[in-house]
Each structure stands twice: as structure tokens, then as C-alpha cells.
Design a protein around this ligand. Structure first.
Ligand code: SF4
Length: 380
């Protein structure tokens, strides 16, 4: 058990202090670190170019400097990111690379350089949000090729197909281990806390992926060997927290009020790893395919299927009794997904509770009362 706790604490520390790991890697390898915003940047491309991709998640520190530049009615992720940049806390990155997921990210990250000198330059990948249109698919394929060229130019390294296929296999290995960890959590509800799972996934967005895969395998084996705990909580699925980690206080409050998180559709959670790359395809095709055929719908992309149907599948396979929708306040895209899914849950009779979060946290007293009421209703 101590070994498991140590590994979880190590992952937690790495997730909270990405700069330490990134700087140590830079010193050891002389390579460049690319700060990546948005889950749609194909990380194997960065890895195959010989650089370390570090997914920028923002953090829960109080936003101060950014308040002079960013309105309070922008999402917490962007406010946090701008604040970190202004405090030189993204200086460990040699480059910033964002997926053009919404107008807020595009506008503010571009504007960063007018607020302060010396912030790493940001580049954007312009993948089409229209996933099902043939012309849009061709456009995205050409943008991915451009991104490949850009990354080769930044790193000074040539990316062969063999190298890219190797990176794809490594990322798939990690994804499969995380899928296994989630399978175990469904089989043994309460085996890990929601926050430990979040930090385990988040560490894999930072660490050199070869090292992460080894440690993650060790962790999964340790968790698999544990007996199922005697939990009596109400099983729930947690969805949401776009572009950032789900707040620790929300996850802990869910568990303190009697919930057991048996599955999730969180950004720092299953959304990050549940789409595997098809290794039988040519490597660039495999990356495009994963972008176009994501397992979990993304609110910033347009596709015909109802996100509520996908969440209903997660709910049904996990034996949950309800879904908690954690929606980031002031994220328009997520608001649209929420209302569509909510309507579907009503049709399907799936109990659901909405938790809106701002960077400064959810109103804790109110959250506790609402969660207690929700769980009581589910237990009847
Ligand atoms: S949380 Fe929403 S508004 Fe904020 S950057 Fe992400 S998609 Fe854009």
C-alpha cells in the first residue's frame, strides 16, 4: 500500500509542478519543451520531433496579474493561463502550441505578447471543428501536415514515418494502461479517489512519456492486486471540466457527501485517453482518424451525434445511479453541450446534477447541500 501511495504522491507532485519535470528533462536531453493547450494537438507529433509535450492545464492558484487584462467573465482556464504566463510560470516552455478550440483561447493567447515581453511564442493548429464534412476533413489533413513541418522546424529534427509510428505506439501503450485503470475502478468502486485518478492522468501530460509508461504500469498492477474496498456510496459518473483539471474540492466533496466516482468523461480523465490511434494506418492518417473519430464528443467540435447518448453509454456500463455535470462557467461551447445532454437525460430518465465552477471554486456550502440532496434522491 505504501508503494502505491508513494507512486500516487509522486504523480500528484509532478502534476502540480510541471516546470520541475520539464526543466530536469531539458537539462538531461538538451531538447525543447512544447507547452500544449487543448487535447486536440496530436502529442505523438511533438514527441516524434524529439520534444517534450507538456499539456498546459492552468492551476488553482489565485488569479491576480491577469485581472488587469482578462474580464472576470472569461473561463477560469484562460484566466489562470494568462496569469501564469504573466508571472513567468510558463517560462519553462520553449514554445506554446494551441489548438484553436474557441475564440477565447485564440484571442487571449495571441494578446499575451502585447501584455508582456519574453513570453514563449504561441502557435496555433487550425483543425476544422466540422468533423463529418469531407472538405473539412481534407483541410484538417493538410493542417496536420503543416503542423508536422512546423514541429520539425522548431526542433531541427526530421520526423520519419518510423519515428512517428514508434511515438504512436508509446502513446497507445499509455492510453491502454489508463483504460485498464478505469476498468479496475469500475470493477472495484472506491479503489482510488477521484483526485488521485485525476493526478495520475495529469502526470502523464507532463512526464517524459517513456518514464510515465513504466511507472503507470507499476501503478496499474498494484491497484489490480488490491481487494475491492467495502464502499457503500452512491455510484456516479462525473463529466466535464473543459480544458482544465476538475477542481479537487468538487471531487472530494462528491466523495465526502457519499458519492463514489465509478467512471468519468472528464477532460483530465477518460477524454484524454479513450481514443486509440489505429496502428494499422499510415501514421499521419492515424492521427487524423483519432481527431475525426473521437470516442468522447468534444463541445468545441461539431458532429451529428447527441453527447447525451454517449454519456448514457458511460452511465449504463459503469452501473452508476446518476451523472454529475461539471460545467466551467463562461464556456459557451460547454453550455451548449450541457443543454443538449440534459434534454437527452430527461428523455432517458437518467438522474443528473449540474455543478458550475469558476476559477475561484464552487460555492462549497451550497455544493455540499445540493450533493447530499442528490444522493438521497438516488438512494430512494
Ligand atoms: S474552457 Fe471553454 S471557453 Fe475556456 S478555453 Fe476551453 S473551450 Fe474555450
Amino acid at each position: 500500500m505504501d508503494k502505491l501511495r508513494n507512486l500516487l504522491d509522486e504523480f500528484g507532485h509532478i502534476a502540480d509542478h510541471p516546470e520541475e519535470t520539464a526543466l530536469a528533462w531539458k537539462e538531461k536531453t538538451g531538447g525543447k519543451v512544447v507547452g500544449v493547450g487543448g487535447l486536440d494537438i496530436p502529442e505523438p507529433l511533438v514527441h516524434a520531433a524529439g520534444m517534450l509535450p507538456v499539456v498546459l492545464l492552468g492551476n488553482e492558484e489565485e488569479v491576480t496579474l491577469a485581472n488587469a487584462h482578462v474580464e472576470m467573465h472569461q473561463c477560469g482556464y484562460i484566466r489562470s493561463l494568462v496569469d501564469l504566463a504573466l508571472k513567468d510560470k510558463l517560462a519553462f516552455c520553449d514554445e506554446l502550441l494551441f489548438h484553436d478550440c474557441c475564440h477565447i483561447v485564440r484571442m487571449l493567447v495571441d494578446a499575451l505578447h502585447t501584455y508582456k515581453e519574453g513570453i514563449p511564442k504561441a502557435k496555433f493548429a487550425y483543425f476544422s471543428p466540422l468533423l463529418e464534412y469531407e472538405t473539412a476533413q481534407r483541410y484538417t489533413a493538410s493542417e496536420m501536415e503543416k503542423l508536422k513541418d512546423t514541429l520539425q522546424a522548431i526542433s531541427g529534427n526530421t520526423m520519419t514515418d518510423e519515428k512517428l509510428s514508434e511515438s504512436i505506439r508509446l502513446f497507445n501503450r499509455i492510453k491502454k494502461l489508463l483504460v485498464r485503470l478505469y476498468d479496475i475502478r469500475r470493477e472495484k468502486p472506491g479503489i482510488l479517489s477521484g483526485w488521485d485518478v485525476t493526478q495520475t492522468v495529469a502526470a502523464g501530460m507532463v512526464m517524459p512519456r517513456e518514464d510515465y509508461a513504466v511507472k503507470l504500469e507499476e501503478l496499474v498492477d498494484l491497484v489490480a492486486a488490491l481487494p475491492a474496498p467495502e464502499t457503500k456510496g452512491v455510484p456516479v459518473v462525473v463529466h466535464g471540466s473543459l480544458c482544465e483539471r476538475c477542481s479537487r474540492s468538487v471531487l472530494e466533496e462528491i466523495e465526502a457527501c457519499g458519492g463514489v466516482i465509478v467512471d468519468d468523461d472528464l477532460y483530465v480523465g477518460s477524454k484524454y485517453f479513450n481514443t486509440l490511434y489505429k496502428e494499422e494506418l499510415a501514421p499521419m492518417e492515424a492521427l487524423l482518424d483519432a481527431y475525426l473519430h473521437r470516442v468522447s464528443p468534444c463541445p468545441t467540435r461539431y458532429e451529428e451525434r447527441d453527447p447525451g447518448d454517449y454519456l448514457a453509454e458511460v452511465y449504463n456500463r459503469s452501473g452508476a445511479k446518476g451523472i454529475i455535470m461539471v460545467v466551467v462557467k463562461f464556456c459557451e461551447a460547454h453550455d451548449y453541450l450541457y443543454f443538449t445532454a440534459h434534454r437527452r437525460f430527461e428523455q432517458l430518465g437518467i438522474p443528473e446534477m449540474l455543478v458550475e465552477t469558476v476559477h475561484e471554486g464552487a460555492a462549497e456550502g451550497q455544493l455540499k447541500t445540493r450533493l447530499q440532496g442528490f444522493f438521497e434522491k438516488l438512494e430512494v
